[in-house]
Design a protein around this ligand. Structure first.
Ligand code: CP
Length: 336
């Protein structure tokens, strides 16, 4: 598939054909269950950070395919794991991932790991340095369940959702920054802009001044657009961005200008509370414009109740599709 033939770290590591094959396989497993496909297989899950959807849907998906899973939450019932390289381990961490992960991998047929951005060094997080160092010591199949810069499982579920809704691939897809009480990582916006570009959309990144996605993220999305037949632009002009939009995908992310500086970031964000999606955002959109968000979402901070509870919102469909697309990934990794 990617990396050693067994690691799924970033949607960008897959060809367009590989992505569409996984998205199609997800639909097939939904309509034609295969409850014994992974009988006897074990999935190990390591969550350095919290989750609701990813944790539950990955375990449920493994069970629906006849396999089983175990969950490790480092520091909560198990040893706290150090993931930085070259540090003197005289603090809280009793074990390093360089031993811990190969040991866990030896107990199971695949590992899934969630490890968010450290949020201090933008270049290191853009390169997914810490996650890729962990991946290097995992000999078998590995699934990224959200790293510093990639959330491929979310991207696959969102593509499945767009297919389920019959959203035309060349339609306008607006990825909009929205407000949040603190700076959040870049993994979901980076994956979303790439996914939509690869699908072939006219992608518009709408964001306030200071919140432009890093050039590396935009360039990768433009490369994907060249493959998918779409385009990628960015703007601060909300009315222009939303005109004719078929999808408004809201996401919170921290300013790359103040990466690792929570105080400066908070000061930049303070006057931006009106970046909350409400019904007025859809005044110039396509009549059937849909609203997407990966969840979790803060109601009436990022998105108004009326949008989340209204007919445009497909956030629950997106979340449900996490189950089917992750089953497709597990099936492909563990059955070939
Ligand atoms: N969208 C998503 O990954 O949700 P969780 O953080 O709850 O897993």
């Amino acid at each position: 598939m990617v990396d050693n033939g067994t690691h799924l770290i970033d949607l960008a590591d897959l060809s367009r054909d590989e992505v569409t094959a996984l998205v199609d396989l997800a639909a097939r497993l939904r309509s034609h269950p295969e409850p014994a496909a992974l009988a006897g297989k074990v999935l190990g899950l390591v969550f350095f950070n919290p989750s609701l959807r990813t944790l539950a849907s990955t375990q449920a998906g493994m069970a629906k395919l006849g396999g089983s899973s175990f969950v490790i939450t480092p520091g909560a019932g198990t040893w706290q794991l150090e993931s930085r390289l070259g540090v003197r381990m005289d603090g809280a961490c009793a074990e390093h991932v360089r031993e811990g992960l190969p040991v866990l991998a030896s107990f199971c047929d695949a590992l899934g790991i969630r490890a968010f951005a450290a949020g201090k060094d933008l270049a290191a997080d853009l390169a997914d340095t810490e996650f890729r160092a962990m991946a290097a010591v995992v000999p078998g199949p590995l699934i990224n369940l959200e790293s510093a810069i990639a959330h491929p499982m979310q991207g696959l579920a969102d593509w499945r959702t767009l297919d389920d809704l019959g959203v035309p691939r060349h339609s306008r897809f607006v990825l909009s920054w929205v407000n949040h009480p603190r700076a959040l990582p870049l993994a979901v916006p980076a994956t979303t802009v790439h996914m939509a570009a690869l699908r072939g959309h006219e992608v518009v990144v709408l964001r306030p001044d200071g919140y432009a996605l890093p050039p590396e993220v935009m360039q990768r999305a433009r490369d994907a657009a060249a493959i998918g037949g779409g385009s990628v632009t960015e703007t601060t002009d909300r009315a222009a961005a939303l005109r004719g939009a078929s999808i408004v995908y809201a996401k919170e992310w921290g300013s790359p200008l103040h990466y690792g500086d929570a105080t400066a970031e908070a000061a930049l964000r303070a006057p931006l509370a009106e970046w909350q999606v409400d019904e007025s955002w859809f005044a110039g959109s396509a009549a059937d414009c849909r609203f997407m968000h990966c969840l979790p979402v803060r109601r009436n901070v990022a998105v108004a109740d009326a949008v989340l509870d209204g007919g445009r919102s497909v956030v629950l469909t997106e979340a449900n599709n996490r189950l089917w697309t992750q089953m497709a990934v597990l099936y492909r990794l563990l059955r070939g």
